[in-house]
Structures are given as structure tokens and as C-alpha cells.
Design a protein around this ligand. Structure first.
Ligand SMILES: Cc1cc2nc3c(=O)[nH]c(=O)nc-3n(C[C@H](O)[C@H](O)[C@H](O)COP(=O)(O)O)c2cc1C
Length: 175
């Protein structure tokens, strides 16, 4: 099957997963910024970092899709604990909105955990995370979700949850 791995990555964790997946499968990988056409492929594997629920580069890439017979696999990379169904359900709701009903229903979806180094965030991202942190800090502790608590605990730190073994499930799904 003629396949391509495409990634949308700001700080490198998604790129690292995509590069490893490319090594494991022999499928070439490329950043979404360098993709002009995807309709020549039979299978597209898209990996994107999560930013405020949105997946980096996803809309740009899937707006290029003109054929319905291309197999699509979508992989999100975020900081949230993806063993928690509440978290993955939230990501899926947002994915459906970004992909549209048809592509969402016809895609295989996976969620991986990335990492964050607050020292390396750009100005806008630092401000965004600061705002989220302070809004959570002002809420009653009982109202915070596990995800909120995780964010508060890791705020301003460096965390790395990248686990290449989690790519095996995706390798199995690739034809
Ligand atoms: C401004 C900002 C918003 C983020 N929003 C989310 C989010 O909504 N859900 C999530 O799980 N992770 C979120 N993250 C964490 C990133 O998805 C995580 O750092 C990921 O590994 C980034 O991928 P990249 O290194 O390929 O850019 C956010 C990070 C930043 C800086």
C-alpha cells in the first residue's frame, strides 16, 4: 500500500514519534508544512501535537483530501494521561469537529503521550499555560479533574512521557 506518515509538531515530541514510526514501518515521514497533495496515497498516517484541544496541522492536511478511498489513521500527541477515558473522550469530541463526520468515522484513532518543557515554550504558549494554571488555581480543589491536577503539578517543569512502545498498536493497524 502506498503510504505516507505526516506530522504536525511544534516542539519535537510528535516529530520524534513520527520518525520512530517511520523507522519501524519503512514508510516515509514528512511535516505537514511540506505536503502539497495527499491524493496519490492509499494510506495516510497523521500524527499531531494537541494545542488547546486542536491538533497541529490536521485541518490543513485533511483539507487536501479529495478522495474517500484513502485509509486514514489519526494519532494525537498530548500531555494528558491517555489511559484515562475521560481525557481520550474529550480529545475524540474535538477531533470529530476538526475532521468532520465522514473522515472521523472512517479513520482509526490513537492517542499517545508527549512531553513539555516550559523553558522552551514560545511567548504565546507560556502566556496560555499561565492563564490556564491561574484559572485552575482559583477553582475549588473538589471541582478539579485528574487532568487539571496533573497540569498544575507539572506547571513550569519539564515532563517527558514519550514511550515508543506505545507505537506498536499503530504499527499493527498500518497495512
Ligand atoms: C499552549 C499549549 C496547549 C496545550 N494543549 C494541550 C491539550 O489541549 N491537551 C493535551 O493533552 N496537551 C496539550 N498540550 C501539551 C502538548 O500537546 C504536548 O506538549 C505535546 O507533546 C506537544 O507536541 P510537540 O512537541 O510535537 O509540539 C499543550 C501544550 C501547550 C504549550
Amino acid at each position: 500500500m502506498k503510504s505516507l506518515i505526516i506530522y504536525g509538531s511544534q516542539y519535537g515530541t510528535t516529530k520524534a514519534y513520527a520518525t520512530k514510526l517511520s523507522e519501524m514501518t519503512g514508510i516515509p515521514c514528512v511535516s505537514y508544512e511540506n505536503v502539497a497533495d495527499i491524493n496519490d496515497y492509499e494510506q495516510i498516517i497523521y500524527l499531531g501535537g494537541l494545542y488547546a484541544g486542536g491538533v497541529k496541522g490536521l485541518k490543513n492536511t485533511f483539507s487536501l483530501l479529495k478522495k474517500s478511498n484513502i485509509k486514514t489513521i489519526v494519532v494525537t500527541v498530548g500531555i494528558a494521561d491517555v489511559s484515562n477515558k475521560e481525557n481520550t473522550d474529550k480529545i475524540k469530541v474535538s477531533l470529530e469537529k476538526q475532521l468532520g463526520d465522514d473522515i472521523y468515522k472512517n479513520s482509526l484513532i490513537f492517542h499517545l503521550r508527549g512531553g513539555i518543557d516550559y523553558g522552551k515554550l514560545n511567548f504565546m504558549h507560556k502566556i496560555m499555560m499561565k492563564m490556564v494554571y491561574h484559572s485552575l488555581k482559583n477553582k475549588p480543589v473538589e471541582s478539579l479533574t485528574k487532568d487539571d491536577k496533573d497540569l498544575m503539578e507539572t506547571y513550569n517543569k519539564t515532563v517527558d512521557f514519550v514511550d515508543y512502545a506505545s507505537l506498536r498498536q499503530i504499527v499493527k493497524a498500518i497495512q
